[in-house]
Design a protein around this ligand. Structure first.
Ligand code: HEM
Length: 154
């Protein structure tokens, strides 16, 4: 079933980035050197840490939504598989910000994750747009001609 791994990873990442919110509370309110951390609010590690938290929560929620959509919508198997992996790879964005803030790694994962998530959104949008009701004709052009009486009534 496509979407299940997005639901599972989405909820687990959400929990992880929520817990990380408590680390941010500790750093701001309790940690030794908290004054320097607060003074650095809009810069450096503090900014990166907040960005990782905010985007981690958001991207995790997006994975939950993508997972639910893939479980419920009749999207073709190969499209669903690609959308699912692209949305999961999107988590590289917040993980990359976190790795930059915590380990000083180069922010390479950030654009990779961002582009994967954008691709997942575009693909899911297009796949949703091409969904049809059962029995609906293949394209708008192929619609059966409107009955003369029906046309008068409209
Ligand atoms: C138990 C759960 C959470 C805790 C304890 C928590 C804690 C925090 C803390 C302490 C900050 C301030 C960080 C700083 O010092 O710069 C913060 C900022 C933020 N959090 Fe959370 N958070 C939680 C869940 C979430 C979730 C689920 C989301 C998004 C889906 C989220 C989005 C944000 C955003 C966007 C900011 C930045 C706000 C700003 O810059 O004005 N948080 N959070």
């Amino acid at each position: 079933m496509q979407g299940k791994k997005n639901l599972a990873a989405g909820f687990l990442f959400l929990a992880g980035f929520m817990l990380y919110g408590f680390v941010l509370i500790y750093l701001r309110d309790l940690a030794p050197g908290k004054e320097a951390w607060i003074a650095d609010y809009a810069d450096g590690k503090h900014l990166e840490a907040r960005m990782a938290h905010a985007h981690g929560g958001l991207f995790a929620l997006i994975n939950v939504v993508v997972g639910y959509a893939l479980v419920r919508l009749p999207i073709g198997a190969s499209s669903a598989r690609c959308i699912s992996w692209l949305a999961l790879a999107g988590m590289l964005l917040p993980v990359g910000i976190l790795a930059t803030a915590a380990l000083g790694l180069p922010p390479l994962l950030v654009p990779v994750g961002g582009l994967c998530m954008i691709a997942a959104m575009v693909w899911l949008g297009l796949a949703s747009a091409s969904l049809r009701e059962p029995g609906e004709p293949a394209s708008a052009d192929a619609r059966p001609p409107v009955d003369a009486n029906e046309r008068k009534a409209t």
